[in-house]
Design a binder for this molecule. Structure first.
Ligand code: GDP
Ligand code: IMO
Ligand code: MG
Length: 423
């Protein structure tokens, strides 16, 4: 067996949580491979809405095993709050949520360092989620991190030593902070975490594959936020791309099966950084309002713009996407004309590839497409799609070179349409 990977192709918030939940019945196991509580994955079903941050989105469908892989960074305090809320709503997690011993812990001082570094950057700040993601991955790479497995051995000494290093850095930055409450909640989180099964997830996953079990790997953030291929330095600190599933779970490259790439029918971005198709006008506001584009973690207003096919093609190339999934098409239901960026104009020269430097000199070149002007939110099958919508899908498939297999027409689990095009 091989694993399938599902990941975002834009700047995050494409709707990964919703689709993982929809696809979960087809799989035995769902595994998160990178990121941490910077993620906010929203699911809606039976009139309820849930936002998941560290827990994989396969947790609601039956009794499937969900794994938090080694590539994830975990904040025990936030994990406790998230897991307890789910347990209170009747979802039992303890037996079927497994956590990699190699996942790194986000310390309270990592969160403070995140804020301190952002404050020090002033106008050049990344606009992080403030969850300590960057400092935790920095410690991982510089070999100073504390891992979940350390909870079982010499934990106090490892924690105190890491904390002391962070405190020295904070002192050198002259950053004022109060650790007391954060630390107390965090230590309670550590105790809570001990009730879960800590695993060697690379062994678990490879053994499951040998047993013929099917596994869906859930990405967080999006390709344009990838530490290597995103709009650096305005990125997150992990590999959000498909290769991240290999390093974040211990899956060999030849064990990757389908790669589901998710994108919105338009584009959003939260935080700082370049965004060539960003709209600053009434249309941008309209997309924001219709799409309820506010961050599920921070509540920040998401920046909105037209779909960027140059960036999407780049993402598809980097990830080896085999199936596309288009989300939030209903948000464009009322538009007379829809625009798609097919090239960039850079200093008078038109280019159709994603360049090294995306700055304010990059101007999008648009193609205008007639809108479908039909309420699609109650549609059940592709047979009901309006002609203009089918034309839009064909245009995108032709430009992107990959078939769009699923179309989402609303936030609810039920508002998902699979397309039965020939394989
Ligand atoms: P994720 O981080 O990729 O899981 O995405 P988020 O949950 O942060 O953001 C996606 C938002 O869009 C959530 O509020 C979803 O409930 C919502 N959503 C997902 N799919 C659709 C859709 O097809 N139409 C509409 N209108 N909303 C959707
Ligand atoms: P999901 O999984 C959208 C953005 C932040 C910031 C940058 C770095 O819900 O799609 P970080 O806290 O990771 O150091 O912030 O990345 N960012 C996201 N944007 N969706 C996310 O996750 C994000 N996670 C991080 O806004 O610009
Ligand atoms: Mg999100």
């Amino acid at each position: 067996m091989k694993v399938d990977v599902l990941l975002g192709l834009q700047w995050g918030d494409e709707g990964k949580g919703k689709v993982v939940d929809v696809l979960t019945p087809k799989y035995d196991v769902v595994a998160r491979f990178q990121g941490g509580p910077n993620a906010g994955h929203t699911l809606e079903f039976e009139g309820q809405k849930y936002v998941l941050r560290s827990i994989p989105s396969g947790i609601f469908q039956g009794d499937k095993v969900n794994i938090i892989g080694n590539g994830v960074v975990l904040d025990p305090a936030l994990f406790k709050a998230e897991a307890e809320a789910l347990e209170a709503s009747g979802h039992n997690l303890k037996d079927r949520l497994h956590i990699s011993k190699k996942a790194h812990l986000i310390l309270p001082t990592h969160r403070i360092l995140d804020q301190a570094y952002e404050a020090a950057k002033g106008d050049a700040k990344v606009g992080t989620t403030g969850k300590g993601i960057g400092p935790t991955y920095t410690d991982k790479v510089s070999r100073n991190g504390v891992r979940v497995g350390d909870i079982l051995c010499d934990f106090k000494q490892k924690y105190e030593s890491a904390k002391a290093k962070h405190e020295r850095t904070l002192e050198s930055l002259n950053y004022k902070y109060d650790l007391t409450e954060l630390e107390q909640a965090w230590l309670e989180g550590i105790e809570y975490l001990k009730q879960f099964k800590f695993v060697d997830s690379e062994h678990e996953i490879n053994n499951l594959l040998i047993q013929g079990k099917s596994i869906l790997c859930e990405g967080a953030q999006g390709t344009m936020l990838d530490i290597d291929f995103g709009s650096y330095p305005f990125v997150t600190s992990s590999n959000t791309v498909c290769a991240g599933a290999c390093t974040g779970l211990g899956v060999a490259p030849n064990k990757i099966g389908e790669v589901y790439g998710i994108f919105k029918a338009y584009c959003t971005r939260v935080g700082s950084g370049p965004f060539p198709t960003e709209l600053f006008d009434k249309t941008g506001d309209e997309i924001c309002t219709l799409g309820h584009e506010f961050g599920s973690v921070t509540g920040r207003k998401r920046r909105c713009g037209w779909i960027d096919l140059v960036a999407l093609k780049y993402s598809i190339m980097i990830n080896g996407v085999t199936k596309l999934i288009m989300m939030k098409s209903d948000v464009l239901d009322g538009f007379e004309t829809i625009r798609a960026c097919v090239a960039y104009n850079v200093n008078g020269e038109e280019i159709d590839y994603f360049p090294y430097d995306i700055n304010e000199k990059v101007e999008p070149v648009y193609v205008d497409i007639p809108g479908w002007q039909t309420d699609m939110t109650k549609m059940q099958s592709e047979d009901e799609f309006p002609e203009e919508f089918n034309a839009y899908l064909s245009f995108l498939e032709e430009q992107l070179g990959v078939e769009i297999k699923i179309v989402s027409v609303g936030p609810d689990r039920e508002q998902t349409i699979e397309r039965y095009t020939e394989e």
